[in-house]
Write a protein that binds this ligand. Sequence first.
Ligand SMILES: [Zn+2]
Ligand SMILES: [Zn+2]
Length: 67
Amino acid sequence: MSEPRWPPTCPSGRHRLLPGELLVGWHPCDCTPEILGHRTWTCVRCLAAGRIDTWFDPPCLDSSVIR
Ligand SMILES: [Zn+2]
Ligand SMILES: [Zn+2]
């Protein structure tokens, strides 16, 4: 088992991420045949500020999913 990569900074909020500031989820997707989905990260600090920022690991290849 490998640990998921932990982004050192929030890409939208431009602040450092501390352990516990990310919600880790799962987004089923067909663009990754090997794993059938993406791990998702949501910054709780930005979420509390009213800005939902979720990003995908690995990045989604389906451009219709991400803006
Ligand atoms: Zn943030
Ligand atoms: Zn995808």
